[in-house]
Design a protein around this ligand. Structure first.
Ligand SMILES: [Zn+2]
Ligand SMILES: [Zn+2]
Length: 264
């Protein structure tokens, strides 16, 4: 485990000040668009849901797993790559992730817009595209795909709310119960992500997929692939160059011995 002393985070105050009125406006527009699209999708899918209730229920449940996976992918990508000073993307999407590692309790002070705005912004593209998928009596697969995406988007909206609750010092009883039953992100489970160098337990809807993804080294393998393809150093912007070099995943330093002695 990397020592916390080697980590060089960016200044918390500076990061907090990066939340500009323009970004807030963008988030408000994102939330309004998100709910507009969600209503349109639910209306579009309502006939299919009464025609195929089992498929609808399956999509609703699978969407929760999908949201957990998407939360892991988005969280990993935003924690690991890119810079806060990248125009638009840096301020709108990456800044809150950087701030969260420096000041994990800041999220508990954020209102609904600041907590959920960027998740809505991430979802509106796929939701808008799904609206164009034709629906009808002979198209159960189309219905399943659209219902799965709609359900995932709705659970993705829940994600940062569940994440915020995992940081509340004293959550309301019903939230603490859902956390204890592991139906939403449990506090102790999420605390594992907040250890330097912040390179595991990225899934933050319920955290169910963290173990299986860790077992197959999913994120370290993705990092090796991206570093090989682009030369980028994972987490450089988040924890500083030195700590990032130490924390970067490495291939086996020494090749394994051959099963037979080499030919002379
Ligand atoms: Zn993180
Ligand atoms: Zn957190």
């Amino acid at each position: 485990m990397l020592g916390r002393s080697k980590v060089r985070h960016q200044d918390a105050g500076e990061l907090a000040r990066g939340y500009s009125p323009f970004i807030r406006l963008l988030e408000i527009a994102g939330i309004l668009t998100f709910f507009g699209l969600l209503i349109a999708l639910v209306v579009q899918l309502a006939p299919g849901a009464s025609r195929w209730p089992t498929i609808a229920l399956a999509a609703l449940a699978l969407g929760y797993f999908a949201a957990d996976f998407i939360s892991g992918m988005v969280h990993w990508a935003a924690d690991t790559w890119g810079r806060v000073d990248t125009p638009l993307l840096g301020k709108a999407v990456l800044r809150p992730f950087r701030e969260h590692h420096v000041d994990p309790l800041a999220i508990t002070r954020h209102d609904f817009i600041e907590t959920n705005g960027n998740n809505c912004l991430v979802s509106i593209g796929p939701m808008a595209a799904t609206l164009f998928l034709p629906q009808g009596e002979e198209l159960p697969y189309h219905f399943f795909f659209s219902a799965l995406l709609t359900s995932s988007a709705a659970w993705v909206l829940g994600t940062n709310q569940f994440h915020k609750w995992a940081h509340l010092p004293t959550p309301p009883r019903w939230i603490a119960l859902l956390q204890r039953w592991r139906l939403i992100l449990p506090v102790e489970h999420h605390a594992l992500h907040h250890q330097a160098p912040y390179n595991s337990h990225y899934c933050i809807t319920a955290g169910w997929l963290n173990r299986p993804l860790q077992a197959i080294h999913f994120f370290p393998l993705m990092e090796l692939l991206i570093t090989w393809a682009t030369g980028a150093l994972p987490r450089r912007d988040d924890i500083g160059e030195q700590a990032a070099i130490e924390a970067a995943p490495k291939l086996e330093e020494e090749a394994k011995p051959l099963p037979f002695p080499p030919l002379p």
